[in-house]
Each structure stands twice: as C-alpha cells, then as structure tokens.
Design a protein around this ligand. Structure first.
Ligand SMILES: *Cc1c(COP(=O)(O)O)cnc(C)c1O
Length: 340
C-alpha cells in the first residue's frame, strides 16, 4: 500500500490528530490497577455522565467490553439472545462459549434490528431441557446491517420485555455516537434502558485504542475483576484514556460529516453499472451488492485505483467513512467509483 491510497476498509484505521497527541502527551497518569490513574477515572466518569450510568470500566477493546458484559450477565448453561449478524456472535471468535459457557439463540432481524415480537417467543420457559435465557444483546449501529440505527422508541419496548421476563439487556455500542448523531436521540436517555453499554473510542471517534463498559456499580465491580482475569488490567493507561476524552470533546459532532460523505458515495455507486443495489445509508457505513461477478473482484479493481475497501459476503462490498477521509479524498473516491 502506498501513502496515497484512500482507506475505506474501516473506521478503525484513523491515526491520532496533533491535538489528540498533545492531550495524550500531557496526561496525568498513575497505576490504574491500583486505581490511581486520574485520567482513566475521568474518562469513565465522563461517559457515565453522558449515558446516565453509575460506573465505567476502561478496556483495551470493544470485544473485551462485550465479553466482560456477557460474563457478568450470564451463568454457564445460560442462553444469550442476539441477531444472527451480531458482532458478539460472529466476530468475537466464539467468545460467548469460551468465556461464559453460554449458548446463543440467533434471531433474524431486519438488517440486524430486533423487536419484542421477534424476541419474546425465543425466551425459554423454565423447563428441565432448556437453557436459561438470561441476556439480550443489541448492536447500535448494526455493522452488518450497513450502519442501520435503532431509535430509542424501538429500544424501550425491548427493555420492557426484558424487564418483565427477568433478562438483562446489553448494548454493543461500538458506533453508538454515530447512532446518536443520526437519530437525534439523547445519550442520557440510554441509561434507563440498558444494564450494560459498550462504547468504542477507536472507531469513528478516532482514538487509537480503547472502549469503555458502562453499568451499575455492582456490575462494574465484578467486571473489573473479570477484566483482570482476561489480562486487561492496564497500568499507566491514562495516556490512552486522554485520547478518549479528547475524542469525546472534539470528534462527536463531526460524525455528521462522515455520514454525509457516506451518502455521497452511495449516490455515486448507485449511478454505476457494476452496482446492483446499496443498503440505505443512515450513518458511516456503505454496503453495496455487485451486479455481476464477485464482490472481491470489484474490491480488487477499486484497490488497484487506490480505493481500499472490504467485502462482507461473496456479493457485497463495504466502505466506511471516518475522520481521516477529508472532503477532497471523498471527491477523489467518487471519481474512482464513477470511472471504474
Ligand atoms: C468493532 C466492533 C466491536 C469491537 O471491536 P474491537 O476491535 O474489539 O474494538 C464490537 N462491535 C461492533 C459492532 C464492532 O463493529
């Protein structure tokens, strides 16, 4: 890869901005395993405030926050309910079985979006043969659904169902800020619906590393021990937390630009002959279906012209917009798309 290529593979490829690096370099740090890193504490507290949750835990990855949450909310032999496209099921290397000894009930939502009507019949009744349904996991935005969003008024009835059936509700919020920007829902309202929330700082927000798990004080006390058992207790992690704080202060509102860029790419793609269809764009992910041949072939042709993207199936290509793709770069990408 040369330096001139346009990287649409993922919103994880961003590098810290000069302002973010400055914040990292000047962070106050301590040993966070001893509970002495004030910058980590400030980041956890800031996100608690934003999402109206009691406590937070800074972790090295989104996968770790999700897997810790699942371990907190289940016992071995329990069952986790999620959509069949869910990251926690497909892209966390069977971690639900490995770490938590739980089984998974897969549902088929609309582009990953679940409803109480889909969930309720899949909750097991108390029976000697059945695993205990103990947790529902939602993803917002839905990665494999082309960045589709839940609105809070879709989440509220799922919360209500979980509440009356005694299930916990966890949010994989790897791109929760993209969803908040797109829907206009308030982050503060999320706290009353979820038992656990994973927030990723190294996707659209542009921090180099890190995710924060939010929950009740009791849950996070347990999560802190599980993080240590997973090998995720970090020492002077404040240097990384400082990047997260900077991202929350500077990189949330600008997600709007990424969404506009994604729209512009989708419009260009729809005007070409090699694209059959594009999933409706709500946030920063564009997934299109190729009209003929394989997705890999089209992705390869785009790559040869300097536009790097990935495939999500044999017939679908994914482009993700992010902080490191300027308007000029989007314009160049559109030229490549139109003249492939
Ligand atoms: C990226 C992502 C995660 C976490 O990924 P890490 O690489 O472990 O930080 C979790 N859920 C979704 C939907 C994601 O896209």
């Amino acid at each position: 890869m040369n330096n001139n290529f346009l990287d649409f593979r993922s919103d994880t490829v961003t590098k810290p901005t000069p302002g973010m690096l400055e914040a990292m370099m000047t962070a106050q740090v301590g040993d966070d395993v001893f509970g002495e890193d004030e910058t980590v504490a400030a980041l956890e507290e800031k996100l608690c405030h934003i999402f109206n949750m009691e406590a937070g835990l800074f972790c090295p990855s989104g996968t770790m926050t999700n897997q810790i949450a699942i371990k907190c909310f289940t016992q071995p032999m329990d069952e986790v309910i999620c959509d069949q496209t869910a990251h926690v099921y497909r892209y966390e290397i069977g971690g639900i079985a490995y770490h938590s000894g739980a089984s998974v009930r897969l549902l088929y939502g609309d582009r990953g979006i679940l409803t109480p009507e889909l969930i309720e019949p899949e909750i097991n009744e108390d029976n000697i043969h059945y695993p205990n349904s103990s947790l529902v996991v939602l993803e917002n935005t839905v990665n494999k659904g082309g960045g589709k969003c839940y609105r809070l008024n879709q989440i509220a009835p799922i919360h209500h169902l979980c509440n009356i059936k005694g299930l916990k509700l966890h949010l994989d919020g790897a791109r929760i800020f993209n969803a908040l920007i797109a829907t206009g829902d308030k982050a503060h309202d999320y706290g009353k619906y979820f038992d656990g929330i994973s927030v990723c700082l190294s996707k659209g927000l542009g921090a180099p590393v890190g995710s924060v798990l939010l929950g009740s004080k009791d849950m996070i006390r347990k999560a802190r021990k599980i993080r240590k058992a997973f090998g995720g207790g970090m020492r002077q992690a404040g240097f990384l937390a400082a990047a997260g704080i900077y991202a929350l202060d500077h990189h949330v509102e600008r997600l709007r630009e990424d969404h506009q860029h994604a729209q512009a790419l989708a419009t260009a793609l729809l005007s070409t002959k090699y694209v059959l269809s594009v999933l409706p764009v709500e946030t920063n992910i564009v997934i299109f279906e190729v009209a003929a041949g394989t997705a890999e072939k089209i992705a390869q042709q785009l790559r040869e012209k300097g536009l790097y993207c990935g495939t999500t199936s044999a017939s679908t290509v994914r482009l993700v917009t992010h902080l490191d793709l300027s308007q000029a770069m989007i314009d160049r990408a559109i030229e490549i798309i139109l003249h492939l």
